[in-house]
Design a binder for this molecule. Structure first.
Ligand code: FMN
Length: 202
């Protein structure tokens, strides 16, 4: 069975452009793949913890004997399990201060994990362990920064996914949401068409 992991990372529920795109994606997905499994991970609801010293030690197998299991490991395991189950990941990401939201950064810090989603190979190089997955990133931003040196979101997402072995990544962008010269209806229409084409090509 095909599995979709749908991740929302906007802090707002109402009026969120990235969430409206991910809702559209989910509706179209269910139409085309009614028998698939859909895992929804809403990072505004999950309120994931930040990393701490004990969790980092445990990530590298350096936990202190007798201290018990670092509590945040269970959350990390749960999130990684969702990624591993997924054939397709739909990642809805608003731009906050030229990068991803801190909600998404907390998810990344729990999911990018040695010997779980990447491992060391010869010569100190790393290899991703999440191969064969497709990702569609649905981003939204108030300004027009894509491709400029101020865009630390799209390239960053590509680097993180690539590090985990995910290189089949498509970006669908709703940009300039706060710019009067941007035609919102037209942008949304284009984004919907790109989503239709992505799902149609699966
Ligand atoms: C805290 C915060 C920081 C933001 N920083 C940026 C930014 O650096 N660049 C930008 O183009 N838009 C920025 N915006 C605007 C958002 O990217 C825009 O409102 C986007 O639509 C948010 O996604 P959402 O509609 O899914 O919530 C920011 C908005 C917030 C709330």
């Amino acid at each position: 069975m095909t599995t979709l992991l749908l991740i929302n990372s906007s802090a707002r529920q109402l009026g969120s452009h990235s969430r409206s795109l991910s809702r559209y994606f989910k509706d179209r997905w269910i139409e085309v793949f009614p028998d698939s499994q859909v895992i929804s991970r809403d990072l505004a609801e999950s309120q994931l913890p930040h990393l701490d010293g004990d969790t980092i030690k445990a990530f590298y197998g350096l936990d202190e004997p007798g201290k018990g299991r670092a509590p945040k490991l269970d959350k990390s395991d749960e999130l990684i399990d969702e990624v591993m189950q997924a054939d397709v990941i739909c990642l809805a990401s608003p731009m906050y201060n030229f990068s991803v939201s801190s909600l998404l950064k907390a998810w990344i810090d729990l999911v990018v994990r040695s010997d779980k989603t990447y491992h060391k190979v010869a010569d100190g190089r790393h290899e991703g362990m999440c191969r064969g997955k497709k990702v569609i990133v649905l981003s939204s931003s108030g300004g027009l920064y894509f491709g400029s040196r101020m865009d630390h979101m799209h390239p960053y997402i590509d680097v993180v996914l690539g590090f985990m072995g995910i290189t089949d990544v498509e970006h669908v962008r709703l940009e300039g949401m706060a710019r009067s010269e941007v035609n919102l209806a037209e942008s949304i229409d284009n984004a919907h068409r790109a989503i239709d084409a992505f799902i149609g090509a699966l």
